[in-house]
Each structure stands twice: as C-alpha cells, then as structure tokens.
Write a protein that binds this ligand. Structure first.
Ligand SMILES: Nc1nc2c(c(=O)[nH]1)N[C@H]1C(S)=C(S)[C@@H](COP(=O)(O)OP(=O)(O)OC[C@H]3O[C@@H](n4cnc5c(=O)[nH]c(N)nc54)[C@H](O)[C@@H]3O)O[C@H]1N2
Ligand SMILES: Nc1nc2c(c(=O)[nH]1)N[C@H]1C(S)=C(S)[C@@H](COP(=O)(O)OP(=O)(O)OC[C@H]3O[C@@H](n4cnc5c(=O)[nH]c(N)nc54)[C@H](O)[C@@H]3O)O[C@H]1N2
Ligand code: SF4
Ligand SMILES: [Mo]
Length: 743
C-alpha cells in the first residue's frame, strides 16, 4: 500500500508545532515532530501524537444531531439547517436580536475557518451578548496591551533566543507549552539560555515543572502578583534604576507610574506576597542590571481580581528596565498575515476604548466587543427585555470551563433554542437542540491567524488537509455563513460559496477602493479563508503587494514551503514606534483607567491570608476539558488530584490518595488528595476541565475516570472589573477528609 508523508501544524495548543504525519490507506500510521520545520524544529509533545486518536475517536461526531423529544438523533446537514431555520428566526422576530447570544471557545483559535468567519455570525446576530473563553483566560493581558500599545494583539513576548534573564510569573510552559507566547520547546530554549549563563526565575505558588528547572523559584501567595510587581517598580524608582533604553522617546506617563506605586514599598507588600522585602528588591535589581532580560507572565496573573493591573505592571517593568523592544528583552513579533499592528498608518491609531455597551444584568462593560462569559448564566435566567433565549456555542464547553458550571448548566436548560458547533456530545452540547460537528483537523487546511503575532520567531507556515472530509460535510466557514444567512432571514437554502463571493467583493471594495476589481481578479479560483489568507499574505509586511514586490510572499509560495517546514522570516526585530497604534503615537505607560484601578489593591494591602486557597494546574497530557477521551492521553496516573503541602495535610488530617471534601461557601466537590511539598503551604492545586460524570454525554473513555470539576467550586460573580476576566485562583476554601463528613 502506498504510504504518504504530510506536514501539518498541530492545532492542539499555542506552541503550533510542525508535525510529520504518515498515512497509509486513509489511516494515520504515525505522527512525529517535523525535524525540518523552520519554527518548531521537530519538537512535539504527547498531545500532538493524540491527533490520531482524536481523528479516530468513535465518540467524535461525524453527523449533525437534532434533539427530538429529549433524545438526540442523527440528521443530515440539510435537516439540521432546516431545523435551525424553523426555530431561530421566529424567536428573533418575537424577542429581538439581544435575545440571542453566542459563545466561542479555545479550539476556534486553531481553526482558520472558525476564527476568520465567526465574526460574520456574530455580526448577523447583531447581539450585544458575545462571549468567549477570553474572559476565562487572557483578557487582562489583551486589555493592558491594548491600552499601552494600541492593539489587543500587540503583546510583547520574551526574545528567548537572546535573553540572559527570564522572569516568569504564573505560567508553567513545561506543562502548557506556552501561552500568549508561541514557543515550541520552551524547555530546550530555556536550557540553551542557561547554557550561555542566563537565568530562569519563576514566581509561582507551586514548584512547577518549570520552577524545578529554574535557577530560582519563589512562592507567592495567589493573587498577590500586583503587589509584588508594584513593589518591584517602586524599587526601580527609589534605587534610581529606571532606564528607558531605546524606547525612551516614545514613552509617556513615567511620573504618573511612580506616583501610583508609591504605597507599595517592598516592606508593605512582603507579607501579602509571602515573600521577603529583600527578595522583592533583588528581583527588581537583577532585572534592571541585566543587559538582556525580560518579564513574562501568564494565566496565573490574569485569572485573578487584579489581572489587568498585574498584566500592565509586567510591561511597565519591561519598559522601565530598558528591555521593551530590545534584543533579548520583550519584543513584538511581526506576522506575515493578519497582523494587527502592521495594518493602517504606522505609529498611530485609534487605540482602545471599552464599555461601549454593558451587560444587561450586571452592567459589566464590553471589552473588545465581548461581555464576561461569567455573565452568561444570569443573562439567560433573568427575565426582561433582552433576556437571552437562544444561544450558539462554537467550540466551547463552559459547563466545565467556566466558574459555577452547575448554575450555567441549569440555565442552558431554560433556553428556548441552542445550537452547538462542536465535535463532541459533552457537558455543554448535551443542552443543545442541534449539534453541528466540526471538521477533523486532519481533514482541514490550516494557517495560524493569531499565533504568528505572538511567536518567538517570525515565520509563515501553511498546512494542507491530509485526509478527505466526510461526505457532504461542509467546511466550518461554510457552516458559519449558512448560519449567518439563516439569522438574516436569507434561508437555509443559500449557496455559501456565492454568499462568500458577494461578501468578499464588498469587503474588497471597502478595503482597496479602486484596486478592488484587480484584487478580485487576482484571487479568482480561491474561496473562503484561502482567499482571505491570500489577500492577507500578499498585502502583509512580507507580501508581494499583488505584484509590486515580486520577491514577496504569496499564498502559493507559502503553500509550496510546506514540505520543507515553512518559511522562516527571521528573529524578532525592534518595532517601536512603527507598531504603535495609540492615538498619541506613544507607549502609554500610565493609562488613566489603570491608575484609577490601583486604588483597589492599595485598599487591600493588609488582607490576611485565608487558611487555604485553591489554584489550578495543567498537565502536558490534558487540554482544558476536551482531551480526556483520547486513549493515548488518558492512560497513566490519575491527574485530577488536589495537591496539598504536608503541613496542611497533617493539620487537616488528610491522607495521600484518600478523598477529601473541598468547599467554597455553598459550593463543594470531592477530590483525591495528593500530598506534595511542591505546594506553597496554605495553597491547594486542582486542575480544571474535569467532571465528566454528568448525564447525557457521549464521552465513553473520559467518563471512566471523570475527575472533579474545579469550576463547580468557583464563584461566577468574581471578576477583574476592568477586563471582565473571571477569577479562577486564589479563592478561599475549606477542606476535610471525606470520612469525617457528618452523616
Ligand atoms: N478553573 C479554571 N478554569 C479554566 C481555566 C483555568 O485555568 N482554571 N482555564 C481557562 C482557559 S485558559 C480556557 S482557554 C478555557 C477554555 O474554555 P473552552 O474553550 O470553553 O473549553 P475547552 O475545554 O477548550 O472546550 C473546547 C470545546 O471545543 C470542542 N472542539 C474541539 N475541537 C473542535 C473543533 O475542531 N471544532 C469545533 N467546532 N469544536 C471543537 C470540544 O469538544 C469542546 O467542547 O477554560 C478556562 N477555564
Ligand atoms: N497540557 C496543556 N497545555 C495547555 C492547556 C492545557 O489545559 N493543558 N491549556 C492551554 C491554554 S487554553 C492556556 S490559556 C495555556 C495557559 O498556559 P500557562 O499560563 O502556562 O498555564 P498553567 O500551566 O496553568 O500555569 C499557570 C501557573 O500559574 C500558577 N498560579 C496560580 N495562581 C497564581 C498566582 O496568583 N500568581 C502566580 N504568580 N502564579 C499563579 C499555577 O500554579 C501555574 O503553575 O495553556 C495552554 N496549554
Ligand atoms: S506542544 Fe504538543 S499540543 Fe502543543 S502544538 Fe506542540 S505537539 Fe501540539
Ligand atoms: Mo486558554
């Protein structure tokens, strides 16, 4: 039998590794890292191999499902679209557009069709109720970056290939493989840094896998990063260590920052952080006196009540130590396509405004067009004009991934109509009336839209589909267009391709004016995201400009580079001021909304530590809520355990391996105890995404070892007020051995 070899970007996490996939007889026979990949150079983790299991998973949906009399039945695509057309438009006619809502989840970032066409569905719905996993994750970083640099995807990432000191807070790239920083083989790169004398320093309430390889690790009390970072900034000023380096001419607000951190001396914050004042000072000094250094912080610093402030102070430190935009510091990638900070006029822009509308029930402000996903349940439950009655979910599982999942699950049952685009019948989609299955990644082409904007090195890589799609299965972008057409009242019978042509012609007119016709001609034969990608590449910073720079990139050139591992576009280069999109054309070091918000931590400085706090954890063999059904990942030791320090375990009489009751007010769960001195005393760690024991799902393997749902314990009302991001860590809990529960 003929064996063929294919190369594809792994869609399972932000590292975006290049895979080499061998196929025989339409069957995947092996998956390994693609050694020639210009970006990932052969690196792979166990999840990459699991793409085969995902493709072959008998529980993965291959046809639409329609719920009839409470039971899901298989349906054709035409039947599914007809059902949506029968039920949705009358609801919109009766209750208005704001009676609809849409929620989009993490895997959509790894599917170019979903990512580039989701907006068309959201616009067609015309609802203010747009939600995503961003408000469970990185919204604070996006907001802080937007306020400082003018665009939410202008996120500075460590230039790890050249740095000599990397300070990591609230991230565990050895397990997560990096986030808001696309850096396959972080471990190899960090080792190389250590090999040339550089230092890795980790701040985390757990001695993580990353902390274990670091040159120094400091425990921090969960949620205290804002205090630590403010005190480090304070130290830079008091010890006259501030130097702005190459961006000096483009920074405004230094004095305002100095004033805002005045209350946060190292002595004052030390106890709140669980660190000594000397350690805090030394961290600041090391950062300031190391020529090439960078601060990187991730989800541990975002999913807390001061998430935006902490994310902002990270870059304040990078700026004040002369490391922003400098080689070996924190730099801005320049992507070949879809670059947020390469379009429009260089050096200036509209900047960022939030709160253009608010959530009906809580009044939470919109951020980048989204409302906090933790508002979804109350928007469904609360009567009145604009009560959500119909919901679209796209690649999201908020019943497990969002705080107070049980409340959300009950709310979903109150909806008049729910459509899910997903690949599983899981804890969330079981509530749907219609489920539309996604395309297997191996049957789909791919080009990363967002991650090259966050990459450790500039590159362009394209992945063709490897296996043919299921008969009559539309591409996900076609499904989006069909749904948008149904919502608009154009009916389920529309031809998605014709609609796409018409919309492209309109977009081209708006974007390119009198050149539109030439661009339409030049992209003839392409359709959907392929056409969008061709335009983005050719008009992008490395593009051929549709012929004006013949040596530049085209889709055809990027496609042709697939077998040889893509196109390398070089190391990160200084980009200030060209990449700025703030109205002032400056780096806004002191955005007024952030200065004002510093009142909150100032008022909260002396808050005593609760007895026990809970935080989350990631394991390399899991991914949020949806990879527990894949055999190659599910095997091995049980991972959904509650890590607790021996001192705490002894005090609470908890035995290793025994079950414990964990409570946060009225919410509680049961989890298996794992005693470990990795933990900071007073802090318990439990991973999220588990709890696969709910009725009505079809996840046979995951249900065998369901684990406990951390989010059943968390409060959906706790948010960072600026970004709307959920608080997922540092929450006070009580814990006792299960046998001790009164009968
Ligand atoms: N307590 C706590 N909660 C957390 C976190 C935490 O650290 N602690 N982390 C948060 C973070 S960072 C995130 S990003 C969120 C994630 O939150 P979500 O995005 O809501 O959740 P996932 O678990 O990633 O679920 C992804 C869904 O997409 C489906 N899916 C997978 N592939 C495809 C596809 O190709 N097409 C379609 N249509 N669907 C697909 C899966 O079946 C699943 O239903 O979870 C958050 N929740
Ligand atoms: N294997 C695997 N990889 C993944 C995922 C997965 O579920 N599994 N999820 C993907 C997604 S969606 C994302 S967003 C990324 C996230 O990528 P990372 O941000 O690297 O995520 P984590 O591994 O959860 O690391 C967060 C760290 O923050 C620490 N922490 C908790 N609270 C605090 C705090 O208050 N302060 C400080 N300083 N630290 C704290 C935790 O102990 C933990 O070590 O990972 C992605 N990659
Ligand atoms: S680190 Fe693993 S899951 Fe992430 S892209 Fe690479 S192979 Fe895929
Ligand atoms: Mo995430």
């Amino acid at each position: 039998m003929l064996e063929t070899t294919h190369h594809r970007i792994c869609p399972l996490c932000e590292a975006c590794c290049g895979l080499e996939i061998k196929v025989r007889d339409q069957q995947v026979i092996s998956i390994r890292g693609h050694a020639q990949d210009v970006f990932s150079e052969g690196y792979i983790c166990p999840k990459g191999v699991a793409l085969k299991d995902l493709h072959e998973d008998p529980d993965r949906l291959r046809t639409p499902l329609i719920k009839r009399d409470g039971v899901f039945v298989q349906a054709s695509w035409d039947e599914a679209f007809a059902e949506i057309e029968r039920r949705l438009p009358p609801l919109i006619a009766a209750h208005g557009r704001d009676a609809t809502a849409v929620a989009v989840g993490n895997p959509s970032a790894h599917k170019i069709g979903l990512l580039t066409y989701f907006g068309k569905l959201a616009r067609a719905l015309g609802t203010r109720n747009v939600f995503s996993a961003s408000t469970l994750d990185q919204m604070p970083k996006q907001l802080a970056s937007g306020l400082m640099f003018g665009h939410w995807l202008s996120v500075a990432v460590p230039d790890i290939a050249r740095t000599d000191l990397l300070l990591v807070l609230g991230a565990n790239p050895l397990a997560s493989n990096g986030s808001m920083w696309t850096v396959p083989d972080f471990k190899g790169k960090a080792k190389a840094m250590q090999g040339r004398g550089g230092k890795l320093v980790v701040i985390d309430p757990r001695r993580t896998e990353t902390a274990a390889m670091a040159d120094a690790h400091h425990f921090i009390r969960p949620g205290a990063d804002v205090f630590l970072l403010a005190a480090m900034v304070h130290t830079l000023f008091t010890e006259k260590l501030v130097r702005l380096g190459t961006v000096a001419d483009w920074v405004q607000g230094v004095e305002a920052v100095e004033q805002s951190v005045a209350p946060f001396t190292p002595e004052v914050v030390a106890e709140r952080c669980g660190m000594t004042a000397d350690t805090i000072r030394q961290l600041a000094r090391d950062l300031a006196t190391t020529e090439r250094a960078a601060v990187y912080a991730r989800i541990g610093t975002c999913t807390q009540e001061y998430g935006t402030l902490a994310s902002w102070l990270v870059d304040v430190l990078n700026v004040l130590t002369g490391h922003l935009d400098a080689p070996g510091g924190a730099m801005f990638p320049k992507s070949a396509a879809f670059g947020a900070n390469t379009s429009g006029k260089p050096g200036t822009g509209k900047g960022v405004v939030t709160g253009r509308h608010t959530a009906r029930v809580s009044g939470a402000p919109e951020v980048y067009g989204e409302l906090p996903i933790t508002c979804l349940a109350e928007e469904i439950e609360t009567p009145g004009t604009g009560q959500v009655r119909a919901l679209f979910t796209v690649a999201t599982n908020p019943v497990l991934s969002s705080p107070n999942g049980p409340r959300l699950a009950a709310a979903l049952d109150k909806l008049d109509f729910m459509v899910s685009m997903d690949i599983y019948l899981n804890e969330t989609t079981r509530h749907a009336d219609v489920i539309l299955p996604g395309v297997s990644p191996l049957e789909d082409f791919h080009y990363d839209v967002a991650f090259p904007q966050l990459s450790w090195r500039n590159h362009a890589r394209y992945s063709p589909p490897i296996l043919p799609r299921e008969a009559d299965q539309p591409e996900e972008w076609q499904t989006m267009l069909k749904l948008a057409a149904i919502v608009r009242g154009q009916g389920a019978g529309v031809d998605a391709n014709a609609l796409d042509d018409a919309q492209f012609a309109e977009d081209a007119q708006r974007m390119f004016g009198n050149q539109a016709e030439a661009i339409i001609q030049a992209t003839r034969g392409l359709r959907g995201p392929h056409r969008t990608l061709e335009v983005a590449l050719r008009t992008g910073p490395y593009g051929d400009g549709f012929g004006t720079r013949p040596e530049g990139l085209t889709l055809a050139k990027v496609m042709a580079s697939n077998a040889t591992g893509g196109i390398d576009l070089g190391e990160l280069k200084a980009r200030v001021p060209e990449m700025l999109r703030t109205p002032s054309g400056k780096i806004e070091l002191a955005p007024p909304s952030l200065l004002a918000d510093m009142q909150r931590p100032a008022a909260d400085l002396a808050r005593p530590a609760p007895g026990l706090m809970i935080i989350g954890r990631r394991d390399v063999r899991t991914n949020n809520s949806w990879m527990h059904n894949l055999p190659v990942l599910a095997k091995g030791p049980f991972r959904c355990t509650a890590l607790i320090h021996p001192i705490d375990a002894k005090r609470l009489n908890l035995q290793d391996g025994a079950m414990a009751h964990i409570a946060n007010g009225p919410r509680s769960l049961q989890a298996q105890v794992q005693i470990s001195d990795e933990m900071m005393p007073g802090v318990v760690s439990l991973p999220h995404g588990w709890g696969h024991n709910l009725p009505g799902t079809q996840l046979q393997l995951a249900a065998q070892r369901p684990g406990a749902n951390l989010n059943a314990l968390l409060d959906d009302q706790l948010r960072d007020p600026l970004s709307g991001n959920a608080v997922l860590g540092g929450v006070a809990i009580t814990m006792h051995a299960l046998e001790a529960v009164p009968a």
